[in-house]
Design a protein around this ligand. Sequence first.
Ligand code: PLP
Length: 393
Amino acid sequence: MSFVSDKVRDLPPYLFAEFQRRKKELQADGVDVIDLGIGAPDLPTPEFIIDRLVAESRLPTNHRYSSYSGCAEFREAVADYYKRRYQVELDPESEILAVIGSKEGLANLMHATINPGDAVLVPDPGYPVYRTAVQLAGGESVSLRLDHQNGYVPLYEELDQAVIDRAKLMLLNYPSNPTAATVNFNTFLKAITFSEENRLLFVHDAAYDMITYNGYKAPSVMQVPNAKDHAVEFGSLSKSFNMAGWRIGYAVGNKEVIQALSTIKSNIDTSQFLPIQKAAAAALSSDFKAAEANSYVYQIRMEKLHRAFEKLGIQADKPNGTMFLWAKVPHGYSSMEFAEKMLLEAGVIVTPGNAFGAQGEGYFRVALTVPAERLDEVIHRMEQIDLKGVATE
Ligand SMILES: *Cc1c(COP(=O)(O)O)cnc(C)c1O
């Protein structure tokens, strides 16, 4: 007999667990392991945000329950953010909802929108949380194949109409984790058109909308004129302002979906701690200098590692956003074999591409969440190992 539900037992094993176990083993043997597997910022939360948290947490009125959809100040700050950054008008009352990080929001969104058996189109390669969220809600994930040759945008033509007809929802994420792919407005226009034609809800995960560089600015799906009829977009403070542990983000867009998500959440969590919402409002209302400074740090790290990979003969597109470098494994290795080699011979943890879906096979993801000096050390170690691989012919 077990107390654990089938739902939990059926979840896929945590792919990073094995690497973390091996990391501890190597560290116990005195190896200085450099972990480029963790996709969370290493930089501190800006002072002005922490100051606001401290000040707000001293006010007793902030210790009460928040309103279900998040406090007015936070929702107005999100509306103001969309107006300033994307020239998009959102109604703070009905088109914006605070979430406890977009991971929570996405998981509950599935319960709010899909019925058991519904198909959901998920990006492959893509953030693994999408698939588990769909599974927990009783849905079925269908891979939306994204490939390098097409800039990692969906190829709607190659989808089977029978699959599309069963689908209720489509998920995409740009700038992308893990591929670091960035897109222009046209990609969102096509996604909305496709969703309209096939009566799908389009969900865009904009977790990296502020982590961009080389002159690139990420568009929002809400800039498509009829987006609110077909889409919601999730945003997060986790990456833009180094607030991963704070657990605060937002969902915007279609009123009916925002209301449904709010109904689910009002029965589960009653929203985030008010001082955190107010500090996040201060972040979103700022002049974006902090987020730009962050992006600049990633840009410098990215240039360093990309240049080194070129010299080492490792192929990778130079990204215009995110903190990830998505690279091809050297000839003769599977993703897993290469990740193992990196750990054993260089003491460096990278994430094998297949952890993000079948289409990720042949790639590996590097998270630039260590200081530049540590990246120098990574490069130095990679220069010492034989990257030629074994001939597969
Ligand atoms: C980090 C990340 C998030 C952010 O999750 P939070 O729950 O807001 O911390 C969402 N989507 C993707 C693709 C991410 O990489």
